[in-house]
Design a protein around this ligand. Structure first.
Ligand code: ADP
Ligand code: ZN
Length: 732
């Protein structure tokens, strides 16, 4: 372990150390080190905190010069590899960048408490050179099995050989076996970089060579793999992973929706002969603990995980790959507001190792970084094996409107019919869960609204509920209007995927349809099965949300119809065009992955919108050029900087007056100004009223310093008021 030299020797063991505890504390707290206890920066310890005990991390530096006798002592030092220096610097960095208490960032590392104690070794038996006094058939079976040179558990060996435990014990008594201790099994086998190296095309090979070289260079770099859907980006970055694994380093692959990427794990297995360890919130606790521990010990070499995997205690990390780097799921907006892609780059910088970003539709930020030479761009402009990109057209809904009460244009329905006739699959995409986004009473005009949020309740007809998509509030769908009491006059306004499914079944009653969104009954397990079923061709028409838009490989899918291509453009967010472009590219990219002729159809009321034109023409470059020019002209990220300060409280008045008071103490500045406060885009969530201040600065402005000063000068946080800062907000 590379930090052994930093172990304090017993005589120089400090009397007290700083410990970062998982609390919103600005600094580590000081604790006394009891006689004989060995700790070093990074050690995970248990410490008293008020009336409780919590796990914390011994931090760097010295404690304040307090008499150690007055400090409370550390209760226990866990027998666990220390959190390495790069990780501790990442915590400090994120804390200062996001203006979060370092303890709250450290908390994200400390998420597998049982793992801090070593997992127990089990007793096992190992064959010696001694022979038994006499041979029986049972004994022969045991000896054959155990001649593999590996240790067996007593019961495992008895079971495998089909003999009773007394046979095993008899052999042991004769010295045929010796007792050994077996370490805990590793959660995944070691990946073999040479297991099944692919035949890359010339273009892929050139890209892979760049990545390999960078993976082995032993220094920080960022490479952006910019390649159309199906071009082999995964295939190519696997070569960077192979290189890193060969050189003995650990690898982290970040994926936006890990719970749904069984297919990815399989693919990794095909290439490396073993799966990567998974890390995400659906992992069972026992598994979490094992993965955490084995990452810390270095037994696990490759992890594929959601954004939180960034906080696993790697001790030898040498490469991070961020797949679908543009995906909004990388942004966490809870407690610590951070963007996992950006923090992955910081982690690479701190640890002097390469970072690879991959996307068919890179974020504008990454595009600009590549243009300005900070990132190296590696392009894969063609689909593998001459698979053509789908032929994409827009359907002008003003000219080809749907039948009354429907949402699908006759043009689209006709395409679905033809696709069915060819026995190929169609995907109808609408990024809206449920049946209808708004329910109102035809008699009095009453609209069903969430009591705790400023949003409409969404009807979910399969469940018979009205549901709030922001706080989860739900109620049974009533038959009568609660306002005027009239029965049977409630109308559903607008479509969700359930309603589209109803329309599809009306047109194609014999087709096999699957409706897919995150609120599917049966959760992630069911979702995985359904995705598999689609890939295996067991559905004719799929109706789904963005969940089906991303990453999947459906070999028989040749038609993608976007029900409402304008949907994401409606809000006033400056990122709306970028997001819509990315989503529409991704979803139409599901079509024609295996070379069959394929189509993408966009139902739109604005066929001349630059986003629609870019998708139809396939000219991504023109779109990015325009978008980048626009951002630069209006000083928006990445050319200028933004931060949101959200003030929330139980009453509107409290939230507003605190926000106004903050505004009044905003320091004067040449390069930074503050807008607002205004009601936040969602003014009420979960019963909390929200106001927002927007801080806008230049590219080089010290946003953090400015905001820190403002918060320090602001009023004391009182009552139900809460203030959170969102540096680089994703919507603004
Ligand atoms: P992307 O990640 O860019 O969408 P993938 O890496 O998923 O592309 O590749 C698309 C499909 O083409 C996959 O099924 C993959 O296995 C296949 N493929 C890509 N490159 C090769 C190759 N060189 N040899 C064999 N199959 C390939
Ligand atoms: Zn709500």
């Amino acid at each position: 372990m590379k930090e052994d030299s930093r172990l304090f020797r017993l005589e120089s063991q400090p009397l007290s150390v700083p410990v970062l505890v998982p609390m919103p504390a600005e600094r580590p707290y000081s604790y006394a080190v009891p006689d004989g206890m060995q700790v070093q920066p990074g050690s995970i310890v248990r410490v008293p905190l008020g009336p409780r005990e919590v796990a914390g991390i011994v931090w760097d530096g010295a404690t304040d010069t307090v008499d150690p006798k007055k400090l409370r002592p550390i209760s226990e030092a866990f027998d666990c590899p220390p959190v390495e220096e790069g990780m501790r610097r990442l915590v400090d960095w994120i804390a200062s960048y996001t203006l979060s208490p370092p303890g709250m960032v450290a908390r994200m590392i400390l998420r597998a408490p049982e793992a801090f104690d070593p997992q127990p070794w089990t007793e096992g038996l190992l064959r010696t050179e001694n022979e038994p006094d006499r041979m029986t058939a049972a004994r022969r079976r045991v000896l054959e099995l155990s001649s593999d040179g590996l240790a067996w558990t007593r019961s495992g060996l008895a079971h495998a050989a089909g003999v009773s435990l007394t046979v095993i014990d008899g052999l042991k008594a004769q010295g045929v076996f010796e007792q050994v201790m077996i370490p805990p099994r590793s959660v995944v086998a070691a990946p073999d970089p040479g297991y099944a190296a692919p035949d890359l095309t010339d273009g892929q090979k050139a890209a892979a060579d760049v990545l390999r070289e960078r993976a082995l260079a032993g220094k920080f770099s960022v490479t952006l793999i910019d390649g159309v859907t199906g071009s082999g980006k995964t295939e190519v970055y696997f070569e960077a992973i192979a290189a890193a694994v060969e050189s003995g380093r650990q690898v982290l692959i970040l994926l936006p929706e890990i719970a749904l990427t069984q297919a990815f794990l399989e693919r990794f297995h095909d290439r490396f002969g073993a799966k990567p360890a998974e890390w995400h919130s659906d992992l069972p606790p026992r598994m979490r603990e094992k993965v955490w521990r084995q990452v810390a010990e270095g037994t696990v070499r490759v992890v594929a995980g959601a954004r939180s995997a960034l906080f696993l205690p790697f001790n030898n990390l040498g490469l991070i790959v961020v797949d679908e780097e543009h995906d909004p799921a990388y942004k966490q907006e809870d407690r610590v507001y951070y963007h996992a892609r950006d923090m992955a780059v910081v982690r690479g910088h701190i640890g002097s190792f390469p970072v690879v970003l991959a996307s068919a539709t890179p974020s504008v930020e990454s595009q600009v970084n590549a243009l300005q030479g900070r990132y190296k761009r590696v392009a894969l402009p063609q689909r593998f094996a001459d698979a053509a990109m789908p032929d994409i057209r827009s359907i002008d809904m003003r000219k080809a409107p749907p039948a009354r009460g429907g949402f699908l244009s006759p043009v689209l329905i006709d395409h679905v019919r033809k696709t069915l006739a060819r026995e190929e699959q169609s995907l109808l995409f609408l990024n809206r869960r449920g049946y209808a986004p708004l329910t109102l009473c035809r008699v009095c005009g009453h609209r069903f609204q969430c009591p705790d949020c400023s949003s409409w309740l969404v009807e979910h007809r399969f469940r018979g509920q009205l549901l709030c998509h922001h706080c989860g509030h739900n109620e049974k769908r009533p038959d009568a209007c609660p306002e005027c009491g009239t029965f049977d006059h409630l109308v559903a306004c607008g479509p969700g995927i359930e309603r589209i499914a109803e329309e599809v079944v009306g047109h194609f009653p014999d087709a096999r349809t699957i409706v897919l969104s995150s609120d599917i009954m049966g959760g992630v397990k069911r979702l995985r099965l359904e995705l598999e079923a689609i890939a295996n061709g067991e559905a004719d028409i799929v109706i789904g949300t963005q969940l089906v838009a991303k990453g999947h490989n459906f070999p028989n899918m040749t038609l993608v119809g976007v029900v409402d291509a304008d949907l994401g453009l409606a809000n006033g967010d400056p990122r709306a065009a970028e997001r819509t472009f990315q989503l529409l590219s991704q979803v139409t990219g599901r079509a024609g992955r295996t070379g069959k002729k394929s189509h993408g159809l966009l139902q739109t009321y604005q066929p001349d919108h630059p986003v629609m034109r870019a998708i139809v023409s396939g000219d991504a470059e023109a779109f990015y050029d325009r978008e980048i020019t626009e951002r630069e002209r209006s000083h928006l990220p990445p050319f200028g900087r933004l931060a949101g300060i959200i003030v929330s409280a139980q009453t509107r008045a409290e939230a507003e007056s605190h926000a106004r008071a903050l505004r009044r103490v905003a320091p004067a500045s040449d390069d930074i100004h503050v807008l607002g406060p205004a009601e936040a885009p969602l003014a009420l969530i979960g019963g909390r009223h929200r106001f927002r201040l927007l801080v806008q600065g230049e590219r080089r402005s010290d946003m953090q310093g400015y905001i820190r000063e403002m918060l320090a000068a602001g009023p004391k946080i009182r009552g139900s008021v809460r203030v959170s800062v969102d540096i680089d907000p994703q919507s603004f």
